[in-house]
Design a protein around this ligand. Structure first.
Ligand code: PLP
Length: 463
């Protein structure tokens, strides 16, 4: 097959679909620094983590040894509804650009929730069910994660409470309705159902809420509810592990045609889709078996990797979670309100952070108007209306392909198309009306964010 013409869509049969997730940490010497408990100042124990997260997810979180982790039948059976996801050779995009490069993309938007987030939602709901738990809590900002988890919770028969940032709940009533249709309770945050919410409401009666507060409410609710755990949709190692199903499928499909990408590109919010997409290729690279280039793309308005600090920080702005060593803009950093995409997290996956720090990943920051221009070009030639987040990867893939046109190089480019943009039409409206702007933080704005990074012992010499 090696020289056969590559089809527009490279299909995998159910038999060919991956049976294992890929744990890239098995090939990272020393993996990455442990989570630190802000109260004791020491590494978090697995027992402490198991009070918040499902047991099996904690085991996976702390596993730095096993390269392959079996995907249980109960999850593979759910994955069958929407996986394998299409791997597309972007012939129309190549033609439009007039590039000698080969462009491939992996499309994760063909499920009702509209993004890759269902890959980890399914796994986390399954493990909660297997543990005999009855309920889950989580937070959602833009709503993609909440939607994905509501689908998974319905499938595995779990009650789900979603704390949705109040402004998002008001701005995105349709997303909220999808979650409710799948049986989730959607609680606008801050709410009067938790101490954290009541405290914030007392201080700021008119507040529209924040992701940090929604996280604090969801964690508190899980801790106070019998047979209930909290689940998170990005950043953590076990979420990246579940997302490695994306990279595993790419590799199986491309191997059939003897294609090895020269460059792999993904957008980075908390780092889960990018970490999952690159996992098996990064594992090979760390063992010296390939020379693939890895490019993470972030918004210029929230430039975590390109301008952040590598230090211990809280995962939420309410400072309730353990501290992770990661690239961060500071847990108090507030990205500009007019930024249309959902890549607004202040931190970055510790795995991606460490790999970037060690020089295995290149990071690029792009401005949102250029991202939407790329999104529209892509929609017109490849048909899919992309999510603004995904369009960050499209933008950089197009730039790579145009560079190939200039130099005559025939690079093989693979990028992650994480989702669809049907719930982001107000952002597209801004773009179409010509009123979208680019707000980039200046050094003073960043300095304010950095001041929110804890001055703790673990950070001595890092700030
Ligand atoms: C949440 C989301 C992202 C960013 O999250 P990661 O954890 O960095 O993958 C990217 N694209 C879409 C469509 C999303 O919903």
């Amino acid at each position: 097959m090696a020289n056969g013409k590559i089809p527009y869509k490279i299909y995998l049969s159910e038999e060919e679909a991956p049976k294992f997730w890929y744990n890239v940490k098995a090939h990272m010497r020393g993996a990455h620094a442990p989570f630190i408990d802000p109260v004791t100042g020491r590494a978090c124990t697995s027992a402490a983590l198991k009070k918040v997260f499902c047991d099996e997810c904690v085991e996976q979180e702390l596993n730095d040894v096993d390269e392959l982790i079996e995907i249980p039948d109960g999850i593979r059976s759910f994955y069958r509804m929407f996986r394998p996801s299409p791997l597309v050779r972007a012939y129309f995009l190549e033609q439009m650009l007039g590039t000698p490069a080969e462009i491939y993309y992996k499309f994760e938007g063909n499920n009702t929730s509209g993004s890759h987030k269902l890959n980890s939602a399914a796994a986390q709901a399954y493990y909660a069910h297997e543990q005999g738990l009855k309920a889950l809590t989580t937070e959602t900002g833009a709503g993609q994660w909440g939607t994905a988890l509501s689908m998974a919770a319905a499938f595995y028969g779990l009650q789900l409470d979603i704390f949705m940032v109040k402004v998002s709940a008001e701005q995105k009533p349709h997303r909220r309705e999808v979650m409710r249709t799948y049986g989730a309770r959607v609680i606008p945050s801050p709410s009067d159902t938790t101490a954290a919410g009541r405290k914030l409401l007392a201080e700021f009666p008119g507040t529209g809420g924040s992701l940090g507060c929604a996280i604090a409410e969801a964690v508190e609710k899980a801790a106070k509810t019998e047979s209930c755990r909290y689940v998170l949709g990005s950043v953590l190692d076990h979420v990246l592990l579940h997302q490695s199903v994306i990279g595993q499928e790419c590799k199986i499909a491309l191997d059939k045609y003897g294609v090895v990408p020269d460059v792999i590109i993904g957008c980075c919010g908390g780092g889960s889709n990018f970490g999952g997409l690159i996992a098996p290729y990064m594992g090979e690279r760390l063992q010296g078996d390939n020379n693939v280039e890895f490019v993470g793309v972030e918004p210029a308005s929230c430039p975590t990797l390109t301008r952040g600090k590598f230090a211990y920080d809280f995962c939420d702005s309410a400072k309730t979670t353990p501290m992770a060593k990661m690239y961060t803009l500071g847990c108090g950093f507030m990205p500009s309100a007019n930024h249309a995409g959902g890549l607004r997290y202040h931190g970055m996956s510790p795995v991606i952070s460490q790999l970037y720090h060690d020089g295995y990943i290149r990071a690029v920051a792009v401005e949102q108007t250029s991202v939407f221009r790329a999104a529209v070009d892509f929609a017109k030639c490849e048909g899919i209306l992309p999510a603004p987040e995904s369009s960050h990867a499209i933008k950089v893939a197009i730039d790579e392909a145009l560079e190939c046109k200039r130099t005559g190089k025939k690079k093989k480019i693979l990028f992650g198309l994480t989702g669809t943009g049907y719930f982001d039409l107000s952002a597209y409206k801004q773009f179409n009306d010509g009123v979208m702007s680019d707000v980039i933080p200046n050094d003073d704005d960043l300095k304010k964010g950095f001041e929110s990074i804890p001055r703790c012992k673990a950070n001595e010499g890092l700030l």
